[in-house]
Each structure stands twice: as C-alpha cells, then as structure tokens.
Design a protein. Structure first.
Lengths: 502, 165
C-alpha cells in the first residue's frame, strides 16, 4: 500500500492526478523542468524537484533522474500520466525492479500493445477484427513497404510502430508520392519516439474514430465504461471528444464493448486503458490500437458514468478489486470535451506562445475545466500546445452543445491565441449538430472562412470597438506629450520660486 | 475626432464626440466603454446592449474577436485618409521573398541548398515546434539565395530563415 505518488508529468494531467491523490489522502511529488518552475502542478504538489532544462529529452524523459527523485523523496509509486514515459515498457519494468508501484499496466502489456504491429498480431489471435495492412513485425525497409503497398491498395496510411497522437503518420494516395512520405514519416517518428519504424494500413474511408474505455484490476476483472466519439480531428490530432457517440446503438455498444474487453484480456491488462476502433458507415468496426495509459479525453467518460478513473487507477494499483461490475455501469446524459490549444485558428493553426496575462475560466452548472495554466504563466514552444480542456455535461446532446456554446463564449484567455473560435464555429455547424461527421470532416468539409461568412455579422459593433480603442490609444499618447510640456513649465516655476526666495 | 473605419470593404464613418458619445453616419449613439482590468478585452454597452471582445493591434490593421468571429479592421483618421489618397501607388511586387519562422522552434532540416531552383510548394525548411514538425513551403518558384539557419538551430518567431529570389 503506497503513501506517496511521484507524478512523472506536467500540465493539466499532472494537476488532475495530484487532485485525485489529494482526495484520497495520498502525498504527492511533482517533477519539473526549468521552464515549469511556476507551473500549477509544482504549486499543488506536496513536494517538487527540478529535473533539468526545458527540452523534454533533458527533463520529463529523463527516467534516471525521475528514479533518483523517487528515491530521495521516498515516493513508493509513480503515475506517468500520458505522453512522455507513459507507454515505455522499460520505464514500467524499472519501477518493478526498484520496488516502486507503477500506476498503469504491466511492462508486458505495454510491450505487446506499444509496438503497433505486434498489437495487431496479438488481437488478431484473440479474434478481434483489424484493418488490413502489413502484418510483419519489426524493421521493414522502404523497399519492402513499397512492394507491399499495391497489395494493400491505395489510399493507405503510413504509421509509426512506436506511434500515437498522429505523429509519424502520413496518408498516401499513390505509389509515386510514397517514398517522400515514408521519409518524412520516419523522420517525425524518429524525433518523437526515438524509433523510425513504420508500417502500412489500409485507409478506411468515411470512418469514425470511436474508442472504448476499459478498466481492469489484478484479479482478472475487466469492464468497459462505454465509448467516446473522437472523429473531430485535424492532422490526426483529436480536437473534440464526446460520450456517448451519436452513431452508437445498444447492440453495437455491447458488441464493441465485448471485443474491447477481449482485447484487454489478451494482453493480461491491468489499470485504465483505451481500445481505439475505426467504424465504417455500415457499422463494421476494426481494432486500431490500444492506448496503455490514461487518455487526454478520459473526463467525458467520467462525466457520463460518474466513475473517477484516476481514483480507480489508484485503487487498482493498491491491489484492490474494481469498485464496479459491468452491470453497474450506466451512461447518463451526454458529455463533450473541447481541447483548448494555444494556436491561431485564423492563421492555419500556427502554435502561439507567450505569457498568459488574463484568464477567466467558465463555471456554472455542468462545466468542468482541467488546466495547468493561469495568469502570469508562460506558454513555451517546448511542449504540447494543449493548455486546457473544457468539458461540459448535459442531459441530452443538444443541451450539452448549448452549454458548450455558453462556456466557450465565457472563456477568456489573453496573451496567446487559442482555438476557442474554432470550437465556437464547430458548435454552430449544422453537420456537427446533426452528428454527421467522420474523421475527415474538419480537414475536408469544414472551413473557418466559410463558417465566418454564415455567422451573424456584428461588423458595425466591431468597427465601433476598434475605433474606440484606437482613439483611446492616440488620446493617451497625446496626454503623455502634454504632461511633459507641463513638467517643463513646472521646472521653470520651481526655478523662479527658488530665485525669489534666495 | 473623425475616423474612417473599414471592415471587409465596408466603410464606417465614426466620430468620437466625447467619452460618452459617438456619431456613426448620422446616428448619435451613447456609449459606455471600458477596458476589462487593463487587458485587451473590452466591454462596450451601446444603447443598453452589452458586448465584450478582444481588440488587438496588428502590424498593419486592428483585429477584433467578437462572439467567435474575427474582424480585421482598418482605421484611419481624416488626415491619414487624405495623405493616403495623395500618396497613391502600391507596394512593389515580386523581388526577394524572405521565409520567416511562423513560430519559435527548432530547425529539423533544410532540404534545399543555396543557389538551388525551387518550385512553388517545395519544402524549404522543416521546423519543429510544440512537438509537431511543420513543413515550410515556397510560396512561389524561384532560386534559393541565402540560407541563414541550419539543422539543430533554435529560431525565434519571425526570424528570417532563408531568402528566395
């Protein structure tokens, strides 16, 4: 039974984990890079230790330093969050070796699911359907891949075997463009995961990305907490998630849920994990990959099931049984999460950095914000652009959308550009409201410019606002000028006064 | 003070009479205008209607973000307008194109050489920022003149990376 958890992460997820620990009366240890000295997770934790310079490679990816800090602070458990070291088999194995509880799955499960090619082979054996693609495990050369590609058929996807989060992923329409795309996919994978291996997969067209949250304890109990709809993506990065999916019915949910549980059993899974599926128009579904960690989008599942997934992870890691049986899991209402990224939606989503000077977080009924930033905090180019997650709950999907609209309009972040206007536009989109979208929707059938055209115009109000601000500014600079004039005359006046009284 | 304010080709004649009154066209309006805690967020109550928006000053124009919509705004006072009309003429087209970093980041690769002829859309620099690799492409065909960065270097936003002639 551990008493002190080291949180090997930063940002909103580190804050989320520290919150769960606090509620359970568990001590917390934060680690931070030089860029994160003032970060919220450092301020909230009971103890905090410096890891090193800002780049991840020299800080949050330094497993050796993290173990050193665990020893020094006598932390007896480590929660890796998501990203960084969360899906590194060697990190989890080293924890076991040092007698530290790793709050997550066993090293063997991470290994089996972490290598995407091996994961496919494993689930195929367990009778789980997969998208057709290269079945070979390990190092395939560009020549191998180029000769196999026509057999799989175009369009297809190049994916990083160590991958996740869309990094090292490229869509290929023809054999001609494949060599260039292979090179750039390998380069990106190499830089993101230190492993340039890639594999190929048939591109399922018109597909939705639907995933199932599962939790498993050390007694072999595995349950699923329903699905999350994650089709709203850009460059394979999720932007919005909701639960449940509008596309789902009870029968399909039961079928996919059973398959998800089966996949988890196949790797002897423990803790929280996610099985990602592609679902085509005809409701055929295919295993995509398993994320052997807590997901960014876990809050939408928490909102509709009432299960605190992080607290449940702690419970499982302490060697206790799951708090719920499958029959006790009921989906209530509808939840939506918008990922708030520091990027400019009016300028091709270019990342935006700078100091946050002002922040007003939406509150009120049914609203939850998970964030690691606050006024005065500096957004640096070293880490992920996601700075907050805005999550709402409504009794119905329609109510959730209306609530999200309200919350987005309330949210003020000053100092960096954010994609809040993108989400506002999305909330007004008829296709989104109607649930008619697939994973290509944002890139192919959604444009900020078109949406701007149809939005109600307040051009006159905007003109008045800008003019008043410009006027105020020129008045102010005129004032400064006049004050200087008066200052001069004041000095003259003092001079005269002194002469008079000499 | 009178201003000519333009949004999307639509001109608004706005006269700021005093702190509480403006005239737009021939309508006299009562305004209550406040900056929210000294930030670029502004609150405007116009004849009882309440609006809140971001107002930023860009390099050439102003940007107003109001109810999820971005308005690029051009503001001139009467004097500037006259000056512009007298000055006339446009900016010279073509010539040298400077590729600038759209964001701070790390140069991953520069897949072109000085003197190389490039096509429109060809990748000039690969820049990594916030864990994403971004391909910066040539906006038109030309010849790479001077490369000022190399792989492994960190660059600031708007820093010139190379030039194409």
């Amino acid at each position: 039974m551990f008493k002190k958890v080291l949180v090997a992460n930063r940002g909103e997820i580190a804050v989320r984990i520290i919150r769960a620990c606090r509620e359970l009366g568990i001590q917390t240890v934060a680690v931070f890079s030089e860029a994160d000295r003032n970060a919220l997770h450092v301020r909230y934790a009971d103890e905090a230790y410096l890891l090193g310079p800002a780049p991840s490679r020299e800080s949050y990816l330094r497993a050796d330093k993290i173990f050193e800090i665990a020893r020094k602070s006598e932390a007896d458990a480590i929660h890796p969050g998501y990203g960084f070291l969360a899906e590194r088999e060697d990190f989890s194995a080293k924890c076991v070796e040092l007698g530290i509880v790793f709050i997550g799955p066993k090293p063997s499960s991470i290994a089996a699911m972490g290598d995407k090619a091996e994961a496919r082979a494993t689930v195929i054996k367990a009778g789980v359907p997969v998208v057709s693609g290269t079945e070979d495990v390990g190092n395939m050369t560009n020549d191998d891949l180029l000769s196999i590609a026509p057999k799989i058929g175009f369009p297809l996807l190049i994916k990083a075997t160590a991958g996740g989060g869309g990094k090292g992923m490229r869509e290929v329409k023809s054999i001609e463009e494949m060599p260039t795309l292979l090179a750039s996919a390998r380069r990106e994978a190499e830089s993101a995961f230190g492993d340039g291996n890639v594999y190929l997969e048939k591109l399922v067209e018109g597909a939705r990305h639907i995933e199932f949250q599962i939790i498993a304890d050390t007694f072999g109990n595995v349950i699923h907490l329903g699905e999350r709809e994650c089709s709203i993506q850009r460059r394979h990065q999720k932007l919005l998630e909701e639960a449940p999916s509008v596309f789902m019915d009870e029968e399909l949910r039961k079928k996919m849920g059973d398959v998800a549980v089966k996949a988890a059993h196949a790797v002897d899974y423990v803790s929280a994990g996610t099985i990602e599926f592609l679902v085509d128009k005809d409701k055929n579904f295919y295993f995509l990959e398993m994320n052997t960690r807590l997901q960014v989008e876990h809050p939408v599942t928490e909102m509709v099931t009432g299960v605190d997934i992080v607290a449940e992870q702690m419970r499982i890691a302490r060697g206790r049984q799951l708090s719920y049986t499958q029959e006790q899991i009921e989906l209530k209402g509808h939840a939506i999460e918008c990922r708030i990224n520091a990027e400019d939606p009016f300028n091709n989503f270019v990342p935006s950095t700078g100091r946050i000077t002002h922040s007003l977080i939406p509150t009120g009924p049914g609203v939850r914000v998970d964030t690691g930033v606050y006024p005065g905090f500096e957004i640096t180019p070293f880490y992920d652009p996601m700075i907050a997650k805005l999550i709402v709950w409504g009794e119905t999907r329609a109510q959730a959308i209306l609530r999200m609209r309200r919350a987005l309009e309330e949210y003020r972040i000053v100092g960096v550009h954010t994609n809040i206007p993108f989400h506002q536009t999305l909330m007004d989109s008829h296709r989104f409201m109607g649930g008619q979208f697939d994973t290509r929707f944002v890139e192919e059938r959604f444009s900020m410019d078109d949406a701007m055209e149809t939005r109600e115009s307040h051009a006159e109000i905007a003109a008045i606002l800008a003019t008043l601000v410009a006027h105020q500014q020129s008045e102010r600079s005129a004032h400064v000028f006049r004050r200087e004039e008066r200052d001069t005359s004041n000095w003259k006046w003092v001079g005269r006064w002194e002469r008079m009284h000499r | 003070m009178k201003y000519i304010t333009t949004i999307d080709g639509q001109e608004f004649q706005i006269e700021v009479i005093d702190e509480r009154h403006i005239r737009i066209g021939d309508r006299l309006l009562q305004v209550d205008f406040e900056s929210v805690s000294g930030q670029p967020v502004f609150s405007l109550i116009l004849d009882g209607k309440s609006y809140e928006s971001f107002v930023y000053q860009g390099e050439e124009d102003w940007q107003v973000l109001l109810r999820g919509r971005l308005y690029p705004v051009k503001i001139e006072d009467e004097r500037e307008k006259r000056l512009h009309a007298a000055g006339g003429g446009g900016v010279a087209e073509g010539g040298e194109f400077l590729l600038k970093a759209p964001m701070p980041g790390l140069v991953v690769a520069v897949p072109v050489n000085e003197g190389q002829v490039v096509e429109k859309g060809q990748v000039l620099v690969i820049l990594e920022s916030m864990k994403m690799q971004n391909e910066l492409k040539a906006p038109r065909a030309g010849k790479v003149e001077r490369i000022r960065v190399k792989a492994g270097e960190s660059v600031e936003q708007k820093q010139t990376l190379l030039s194409v002639h």
